[in-house]
Ligand binder design. Sequence first.
Ligand code: ADP
Ligand code: MG
Length: 260
Amino acid sequence: MAQALNQGAAQAIPAASDQPMIQLSAVNKWYGQFHVLKDIDLTVYTGERIVVCGPSGSGKSTMIRCINRLEEHQKGKIVVDGVELTHDLKKIEQVRREVGMVFQHFNLFPHLTVLENLTLAPIWVRKMPKKDAEEVAMTYLKRVKIPEQASKYPGQLSGGQQQRVAIARSLCMNPKVMLFDEPTSALDPEMIKEVLDVMIGLAETGMTMICVTHEMGFARTVANRVIFMDRGEIIEQNDPEEFFKNPKSERTKLFLSQIL
Ligand code: ADP
Ligand code: MG
């Protein structure tokens, strides 16, 4: 299955494996009376690059936030790298160690320098010596092409640079999976590309990624699978070529006609 889903991938991106990394089975969630996720079934294989799209309010953020337990599901099962998410705090921590997340608003600590933002968790959570943490941080700042910004504060950086810092910060924890929730939608158009380029570079390393985004150019070149959600359900999913050329549901067609 993963093999067949891989056809849309760009040449430089390694193929996904058939090892499940994330499994959601009949996942349901309510906010009070409001049924936000309805029987979500989704298996993400190691090395897959999934783009999730759909109208505002369809449950995209809620779904990916359930994967690192920023939100709790009430019914069904979520397993990340063999660990089931339950109320067990040890397991939640174990999953969070493996799952990096990048948000629309960069969520950097404004009173810390870029370097301090990157080394905070490795030092305090991973107990890494400061010197080592700084070395790792500089490696990732180079990867996102802003090593010269290390001693600045987030407020002194552009939005695109701040988002690249946020990505680098996640990578410093050496995650197995990266979740992106509309990472470019708060950015001015001229900064979108620099963030997408970093995400493409990450895909080329073989990282398992789930990206909520409406950047359909990115979906076409990087995703091996595009998922369309509406009103709490996965309506359809396909490799990008089929998804864009041959959307099956009327809801998908309507959505694509509005954004393309
Ligand atoms: P999307 O990311 O697709 O825009 P969300 O997952 O953010 O959708 O939200 C799905 C629905 O759940 C929306 O109608 C939203 O208003 C509602 N919602 C999101 N978060 C909460 C919350 N904490 N409490 C109550 N309702 C929420
Ligand atoms: Mg959202």
